[in-house]
Design a protein around this ligand. Sequence first.
Ligand code: ADP
Ligand code: MG
Ligand code: ZN
Length: 469
Amino acid sequence: MYEAVIGLEVHLHLKTRTKAFCGCEAEYFGEEPNTHTCPVCLGLPGALPVPNRQAVEYGLRLALALGSRVPERLVFHRKNYFYPDLPKNYQISQYDLPLGQGGALPLGERSVRIKRLHLEEDAGKSLHLEGRTLLDLNRAGSPLIELVTEPDLRTPEEARLFLQHIQALVQTLGISDASPEEGKLRADVNVSVRRPGEALGTKVEIKNLNSFKSVQRALEYEIRRQTEILRRGERVKQATLGFEEGSGKTYPMRTKEEEADYRYFPEPDLPPVPIPRSWLEEVRQSLPELPWEKAGRYQALGIRAKDAEALAYTPAMARFLDRALEVGLASPQALANWLLADVAGLLNERGLSLEESGLTPEGLSRLVALFERGEITSRVAKGLLPEVLEGKDPEALVQERGLRMVADEGALKGVVEEVLKAMPEAAESVRQGKLKALDALVGQVMRRTRGQAQPDLVRRLLLEALGVG
Ligand code: ADP
Ligand code: MG
Ligand code: ZN
């Protein structure tokens, strides 16, 4: 038996108004290449960087949310390497005094320790065409957080879940969109394999994975590969790998620079930035309710643990649920069920986000409440959801179409008789004790009452009429 050991390095784009060390606007997604540049981010001689206070504050939010230690002053270092889309030939980053050290992210029952998180600038983008390469420096100098975990993760699914939780956290904190499809969340994964209880094995690093799915697939492939090597009694070689989406395989990349190759030294153009404790306190006070706190609150309201997590870690759903809870008409668990199943399913079918749909917390609450009060059946409620999603008023729809639940024995007895006549075979089966056939009869009564008959009552009336039960 072997087990995997996984540690992640996550790069998150901060959604500051301007770049990390200059005044260029930092939102360049989809813009003309090289239109968001200036002498600082182009690395022109004599241009001097100025740290972006908002970027530092966003980093502090994350550090405090994770419970990381924050130093008394922020020190930037130069990480030297040549790359065509890195015009200065060095990256302003942090080295021995990162913005945050230690801390942890809760992951279900477990918790993943954070090694460090630091602030740095991104490089530009190289666009490789046939026979030539184009450079776009819009991204050069935009602010990033790099977050490094301890090797606490054990499975590809857990690694994926960790990334989803980090994504939800930074979105809740309002510091990053963390959208992998826009390159705003990228991950390098480190993985080794060992027998449980043994010392850590030799790790490989898989670089630049830009979707949750590729993180999971790359890890699955790599764990299989390393396990086979160990089974043969051979050793895993330390390596830096890439991942090819098409084949689902990892492949060797450049041999990685050692830390000494980067010639880290303190950035002479940026004096250390003091981080007064009063500033930290202010940031701490301004933190919103964190996803794991939300999950705890939902559970305390009676929502099942699994549902509470799912909602708390989907920020748009959590915002919606919080407003529906304020409306106070429907029970928390019923709202959770509807949001996670019916609403999510319908949105998915229509390719809409919750915000894009016309669904309001009031609208959903009133629909669910009609069902919970026994005024409409679950079937009618589900049938009305598409229109409520478009912003229509559930009570008005029920009124207009006469959709109230029918729990009137007299009215239903007639329908029951009709159905028993129309379906003699099913009726006979039930008489002989094959209760499975009862569902078909109930279904037919529901159809003939447009889903409005109270299902329990229908069931009882059918059994009585058949002399069973
Ligand atoms: P390096 O100096 O090679 O970059 P670090 O100690 O900085 O290594 O760790 C980088 C990442 O690799 C971290 O996320 C860490 O948790 C992970 N890691 C370290 N050792 C192992 C190992 N043996 N197996 C899997 N992951 C590891
Ligand atoms: Mg490293
Ligand atoms: Zn600039």
